[in-house]
Design a protein around this ligand. Structure first.
Ligand code: 5AD
Ligand code: SF4
Length: 452
């Protein structure tokens, strides 16, 4: 059985697809990158923005031609859009065979078998928190970067930000047992993984029992987990995404400061720099309290880069609100950001409000923030020239096969020459000679296709 998997959306989906790929190959299936070759097609989908849903629906619809040639082909939709609109999609798309919600992914094999034998349409959409345990130990699928591994530590979200559909499609927040996570991290380490990425909709709320309020300043179950993972000798770096800002308690910040294996890049979703908009978004911080967390991190941890998510054109966002976002982004000095144009999601609270910022204004605000970001990113990269940075080797550079690339703890990409014996996962010292818009360059020849 040859299986084609296409993944949309966030890192959590990437990790779910990897876990499913592991489950499928363990059961004897073969993965294929070719749609034409597939006996089974799986589309792991995202619902966060309307555009993501439309893209996946377009692709699934287009797969009809393969079903014509191969009537035994099984086509399934899984993940957030399946959870959100699974039954509707099964009703509308004749060649779609199954829809598996986010709480039912571990039942994939059973569903494929059922469709193959009985040729009936199947929807499994009930929420279930067993899914992470059931899939937890399947991260043994060899991914594109075998020295890195992803571990889901929480699932779901209890926060109900007014624009967001995640709490409805990923269910209530749930944290896995620390022992299971450590066991998985050790298993990955034994297989040669040197960097782990901990994943969840709100990783920093790990172990807080689903409480939307942060624990006291001297408590951080997430920090405790980071410390335990750091004890695994061959794991050299720990990353995580995404944390909700208010869960950066003093304890967590102290742990990050004292443990160099925890990477010096914090992705801290801001969404807006206007207190009025933040309130309407149901975000539980103000511009000032957000900045206070950033400053504590900067003061205690030392060198750090920050990245973020921002939404432009939220209902009622005025020029003044937008300028507050622009100013706060410059004050923090983000090196990287995902800027999203607001799109109403049926089911989320804000969909009840008029989407009153014109598309052209959303686009203009988007461009203004992107231009600011580019300036800062170049300045941040230029400031690295002349320094020697520690880099984890990823492998051959995707842009120039004559060179290799890797990343700093601060998540900057560095391109350098391969030397005898160097392999992915090694930590090396690279003198930075030049800086481009998105890349730093170590010594060696400049390839014609290198981007400066
Ligand atoms: N419209 C635009 N962006 C959104 N996001 C979540 N919901 C929406 C929406 N309805 C963005 C947020 C979140 C990121 C994953 O997607 O910035 O952090
Ligand atoms: Fe969505 Fe807010 Fe939960 Fe993030 S914290 S997943 S934006 S509801």
């Amino acid at each position: 059985m040859k299986v084609f998997i296409k993944t949309y959306g966030c890192q959590m989906n990437v990790r779910d697809s990897e876990a499913l790929a592991g489950m499928l190959t363990n059961a004897g299936a073969e993965l294929t990158a070719s749609e034409a070759d597939a006996d089974v097609m799986i589309f792991n989908t995202c619902s966060v923005r309307d555009q993501a849903e439309r893209k996946a629906i377009g692709k699934i619809t287009f797969m009809k031609k393969y079903k014509k040639h191969n009537p035994d082909l099984v086509v399934g939709v899984i993940g957030c859009m399946a959870q959100h609109r699974g039954q509707e999609l099964l009703d509308k798309i004749a060649h779609l065979d199954f829809a598996l919600g986010t709480g039912q992914l571990h039942r994939l094999l059973e569903v494929i078998e059922d469709v193959r034998q009985n040729r009936r349409k199947i929807a499994l959409l009930e929420d279930s928190s067993d899914v992470l345990e059931a899939m937890g130990m399947h991260s043994d699928y060899a991914n594109l970067r075998p020295h890195t591994g992803m571990i889901a530590i929480t699932r779901g979200c209890n926060r109900f930000c007014s624009y967001c559909i995640v709490p409805y499609v990923r269910g209530r927040e749930y944290s896995r047992q620390a022992e299971d996570i450590i066991k998985e991290a050790k298993m990955l380490a034994d297989k040669g993984v040197r960097e782990v990425m901990l994943l969840g909709q709100n990783v920093a709320a790990y172990g807080c029992g689903g409480n939307v309020n942060p624990p006291p300043a001297d408590v951080s179950p997430f920090g405790d987990l980071l410390q335990e993972i750091a004890k695994i000798d061959s794991i050299k770096r720990i990353r995580y995404t995404s944390p909700y800002p208010t869960f950066f308690t003093d304890k967590l910040i102290d742990i990050i400061a004292s443990e160099p294996k925890i990477c010096r890049n914090v992705h801290l979703p801001l969404q807006s720099g206007s207190d009025r908009v933040l309130k309407n978004m149901n975000r539980q911080y103000t511009a000032d309290s957000y900045l206070e967390i950033v400053n504590k991190l900067k003061n205690k941890v030392g060198e750090l880069t920050f990245s973020t998510d921002v939404i432009v054109g939220f209902p009622g966002e005025t020029d003044e609100d937008f300028m507050a976002t622009k100013d706060l982004m410059n004050t923090v000095g983000f090196d990287h950001a995902f800027i999203f144009k607001y799109s109403p999601r049926a089911g989320a609270k804000s969909a009840e409000w008029a989407d009153d910022v014109p598309q052209s204004v959303k686009e203009e605000r988007n461009q203004i923030l992107l231009a600011d970001l580019e300036k800062r990113s170049i300045a941040g990269n230029l400031a690295c020239v002349g320094r020697t940075l520690e880099v984890m080797v990823d492998g051959v550079s995707p842009r120039n096969p004559a060179r290799w690339s890797g990343r700093t703890s601060t998540a900057r990409t560095v391109v350098f020459s391969h030397t005898e014996g160097m392999k992915p996962g090694d930590l090396i010292q690279v003198p930075i000679e030049r800086a481009g818009r998105v890349t730093l360059f170590g010594p060696g020849l400049v390839g014609a296709d290198e981007e400066l």
